[in-house]
Structure formats: structure tokens, C-alpha cells
Design a protein around this ligand. Structure first.
Ligand code: GSH
Length: 249
């Protein structure tokens, strides 16, 4: 069976890590059974070393950075981290399951992921200062805030907070970013690659999910987003919620 490593958080049953959701959607989409191990930030590095999952990048001091999501697959003995590498591994190892990264689309999928991150910067600007108080367990807060502030090049996450009209203006930029995506996805397709979901849809959905986890399904933010562009994001999320959002423990 596959063991999936995710981050624990304050809201049980609603895991909050955007990156881990990419892998949860991937595993659910493929219908592969798995169990979840819930970690706190300080546990990630020792756990990854223990299972043999390599670091995915480097920290600001040049030391290796170990990250979740990661999986350990006891049928092959493979331990692997990074959601995109995990998707590639799952496609290769379980060829009879639905494909996450269709053959020949690796470069396009990577490029689209990067584009999404650039486009969604205004959204991250709104969300980041709210994450630790609403979602992160006390044991992870110091690590999370320090690491993210370093990543974002700010003294602390609070300096990013905007309110009042400035927040409204930023929210308009988020809507414009989704509008840009909507214009790219011509026609009535629900999914980025056309008639079937693929890994990049799960990347986009995990970003949308971060708003729902942070502010709640009934929040003004989430409801507003779900009304944009003829409800196309709502339609996508409804399908994903119904089919691929189970959170096995
Ligand atoms: N590109 C990686 C990013 C993974 C990532 O940044 N994970 C965060 C949690 S959401 C993490 O484990 N951070 C630990 C650290 O930065 O030390 C992926 O897609 O899996």
C-alpha cells in the first residue's frame, strides 16, 4: 500500500497544504489505495530522511530542503517527494490507471504550472497572512512563518496584510487572473487538457481549495470566486469534490 505524507492542521478532515492536495487528487484520481501520515513542519526532514525520500530543493542557507507531499510505496520500496515527480512515478508504476500527465505533455504541464503561480500571486498575497492563525497547528507555526517569510523575501508575513480598499483592489486582480485563464481555456471544456482532468487541473483546484479552506465554503471570497466566469470554477470544483476529494486517514 502507498503511504502518503501530508501536513496536519487545525481543521480536521479539511487538510490545508496546497502542494499535498495535488498528490491527494492524483492518488484519488488513479483510485490507488493509500493511508495518510499527518506531520508537523519540524517532523518533515527527519521523516523524509527515515523513509529515504530525497530533498526537493535547497533552503536559503544552501542546505537540502525536504518537503511534503511525499509517498512511500511498499510494493516497489520507492520513497519520493514533490507532487509533479510523484505524478510521474504513479503514471509509470501504475500504467493501467487514469493518466495524470499524458504522454508528450510534460513540458506543457510544467509551463502551465509556472504560469498559474505567476497569475495567482495576488491571491497568495491575500491569503498568506491568514494561514498560520487559521490553519497551522501551534507546533508548526514558528517554522512555517520563518520559512515562508524567507521564501517571500519579507521580514514577516504580517507585512503582507492588506485591508479595506487595497484588499478589494487585490481581489479584483485575482478575478482578472482567473479571467485570463478563462480566456485561454476556449470553448466549453471543464479541464485544461480538454475532456479529461490531468495533473494541472489538480494544481489549479488545490489553489482554489486554499481559499475554501482558509475562509470557508460560505465565505464571501469563495462564493464570489465560484460565481466568476459563468460558474466554470464552481463546476470544476463540484466534480472534483464528488469524485476525487476523499481524505482517507
Ligand atoms: N514543489 C514541491 C513543493 C512542496 C512544498 O513546498 N511543500 C511544503 C509544504 S506545502 C513543505 O514541505 N515545506 C517544508 C519546508 O519548506 O521546509 C511540490 O509540488 O511538492
Amino acid at each position: 500500500m502507498i503511504t502518503f505524507y501530508d501536513l496536519d492542521g487545525k481543521i480536521k478532515g479539511a487538510p490545508w497544504s496546497i502542494n499535498a492536495w495535488k498528490t491527494r487528487y492524483s492518488l484519488n484520481f488513479k483510485g490507488l489505495p493509500y493511508k495518510t501520515i499527518w506531520l508537523e513542519y519540524p517532523d518533515i526532514e527527519p521523516t523524509m530522511k527515515k523513509i529515504g525520500a530525497p530533498p526537493t530543493t535547497v533552503k536559503h542557507d544552501g542546505s537540502p530542503r525536504y518537503t511534503i507531499p511525499a509517498i512511500y510505496d511498499d510494493s516497489t520500496g520507492v520513497a519520493i517527494a514533490d507532487s509533479a515527480l510523484i505524478a510521474e512515478y504513479l503514471d509509470k508504476t501504475y500504467p493501467d490507471t487514469p493518466v495524470l500527465i499524458p504522454r508528450g505533455t510534460n513540458a506543457l504541464q510544467s509551463a502551465f504550472q509556472e504560469l498559474l503561480y505567476w497569475k495567482m500571486k495576488p491571491l497568495f498575497g491575500i491569503c498568506v497572512p491568514d494561514v498560520s492563525s487559521r490553519l497551522v497547528n501551534p507546533r508548526s507555526i514558528e517554522y512555517f512563518e520563518k520559512q515562508l517569510a524567507l521564501d517571500l523575501g519579507v521580514a514577516n508575513l504580517e507585512v503582507m496584510r492588506v485591508s479595506g480598499q487595497a484588499r478589494e483592489d487585490r481581489w479584483t486582480k485575482v478575478q482578472e487572473a482567473f479571467g485570463g485563464l478563462h480566456n485561454m481555456l476556449k470553448g466549453g471544456d471543464t479541464w485544461i487538457m480538454g475532456d479529461k482532468p490531468s495533473f494541472v487541473d489538480f494544481v489549479l483546484a488545490s489553489i482554489i481549495l486554499s481559499v475554501r479552506n482558509l475562509y470557508g465554503k460560505e465565505s464571501r471570497e469563495y462564493q464570489d470566486m465560484m460565481s466568476w466566469h459563468g460558474g466554470r470554477w464552481n463546476h470544476m470544483m463540484e466534480i472534483l469534490d464528488e469524485k476525487y476529494s476523499a481524505v482517507p486517514i
